[in-house]
Ligand binder design. Structure first.
Ligand SMILES: Nc1ncnc2c1ncn2[C@@H]1O[C@H](COP(=O)(O)OP(=O)(O)O)[C@@H](O)[C@H]1O
Ligand SMILES: [Mg+2]
Length: 424
């Protein structure tokens, strides 16, 4: 198959590998991994005309849109107008990620289960009252913020006054602010694939947003993630995963009713298991970075075929090997607040390596200002998968850090204890 791939991160490097096709790439930066796998590539900021021209010349079987940015900019709408099929939702459908107000209203309108108590505000009027009313809450901007916009009361926001100030600030640059009940529990990602009529779930994965060990420090794009060989998580039962799948199926159907368009792409639910059951925190309209790296490397099906089935609305069940995976990101010292770019040297390793924010120059590989490279260990048990990933990140030379604790028994036990405590 001929595929046009849009995007330049570790997520897209992993997608490129899984597609295993005649690949044409459109990237903002020179990702050495994607370059190596591509028959031809264009390095450019996203310019729809330029993308369209490239796409027309190649005439791919389909275009795969990796990140959320181009979805919001209408890359799919534009490519479709040129009669290029796409794996990825149109701008209107991508609102399931790009507008948390749209997402919450959709859940309410179609009576979809699993929504926390929440209210959408277009002005500061009534926000104060609502915050006092629900007592424990989070404040969410209505728009893409690279995972850095949500603030939690009692954690990032110390008082109602501070929370009101933050809401006012958000309303200056966003149409809406969403105030929602603060939930306590364990989060999991369930990345589903949708062709608009059928939905196929993948396996649950747990991400780690905080920069430092033991979930301390600022939020990041994600420092790493794991999945277990039994296709569950240590705190998660089969019925919890099925609940997430059911909510997502309802969302897929509601999206069609609401827009009259079929959703073709990823519907990734960010769920939290609470003592009251599974609740939905957010949807993403693309694969997770890092979470895609826990699923595609152990996929049993042919990935390009899955994508082409999505385009043709003939999606079938997706199956995975009974393996555990651990992904650890190596990031520049100071990330995410004041990252220090510098040289990076990656020795041979047993782990899979996916490049992210790096620049390949004549004298070697350089980190830029974001997550540099991801290392994925795959094995029959989570212990062995963790060891493979850990050995790999330890060998990396450069001014970097990573989270040692991801995928370790100690951290897994802590998650299980947390859930037990909540249920008591
Ligand atoms: N209702 C909530 N209760 C508790 N924590 C929340 C809630 N909503 C979001 N969070 C926390 O904030 C993080 C980011 O929120 P999310 O809705 O995923 O937005 P985004 O990924 O766009 O920043 C979540 O991963 C979770 O840790
Ligand atoms: Mg999120």
């Amino acid at each position: 198959m001929r595929v046009l791939l849009l995007g330049q991160g570790a997520r897209e490097h992993c997608i490129a590998e899984a597609l295993n096709s005649e690949l044409y790439s459109f990237m903002k930066t020179r990702n050495p991994g994607i370059m190596k796998l591509s028959k031809e590539y264009v390095i450019s900021d996203l310019d729809l005309k330029k993308l369209g021209k490239f796409a027309k010349r190649i005439n791919p079987d389909f275009a795969f849109i990796g990140p959320e940015g181009p979805l919001e900019k209408g890359a799919v709408d534009y490519l479709k107008s040129l009669e290029i099929e796409c794996f990825g939702p149109t701008k209107s459908l991508a609102r399931i990620e790009t507008s948390k107000a749209f997402m919450r209203r959709l859940m309410e309108k179609y009576g979809i289960d699993g929504a926390p108590e929440s209210k959408v505000f277009s002005s500061i009027e009534g926000v104060d009252e609502y915050m006092r009313d629900i007592n424990d809450f989070v404040v969410k901007p209505d728009g893409l913020t690279g995972g850095k916009g949500v603030k939690v009361f009692g954690e990032h926001l110390k008082s109602i006054e501070e929370a009101l100030e933050y809401s006012k600030e958000l309303l200056r640059s966003h149409d809406f602010v969403v105030i929602e009940e603060r939930l306590d529990g364990e989060e999991f990602s369930l990345q589903c694939v949708s062709d608009g009529k059928h939905l196929a779930a993948t396996i649950p994965v747990q991400d780690h947003k905080r920069a430092y060990e033991d979930d301390q420090g600022p939020n990041t794009g994600g420092m790493g993630s794991y999945s277990i060989e039994n296709h569950l998580l240590p705190f998660l039962k089969k019925k919890d995963v099925e609940k997430g799948e059911k909510i997502t199926k309802d969302i897929m159907k509601a999206l069609y009713k609401e827009t009259g368009e079929y959703y073709k792409g990823v519907l990734y639910g960010g769920f939290i298991l609470t003592k009251e059951g599974v609740k939905l925190l957010e949807y993403n309209a693309r694969f997770g970075d890092p979470e895609v790296m826990n699923i595609l490397p152990i996929l049993k099906n042919n990935f390009a075929e899955i994508c082409s089935d999505v385009v043709n609305q003939d999606l079938k069940k997706i199956e995975f090997e009974k393996k555990a995976t651990v992904c650890k990101y190596v990031v520049p010292e100071g990330y995410p607040l004041s990252p220090v770019p510098g040289k990076l040297d990656i020795p041979e390793t047993e782990a899979k390596v996916y490049y992210a924010s790096v620049d390949l120059r004549e004298d070697g590989l350089y980190m830029t200002r974001s997550r540099a490279a991801a290392f994925v260990g795959i094995a029959n048990t989570i212990d062995d998968a963790e060891k493979i990933a850990q050995n790999a990140v330890e060998k990396v030379r450069g001014n970097v850090f990573y989270r040692k604790d991801i995928g370790t028994e100690k951290l897994l036990r802590k998650r299980v204890e947390h859930m037990k405590k909540l249920r008591r």
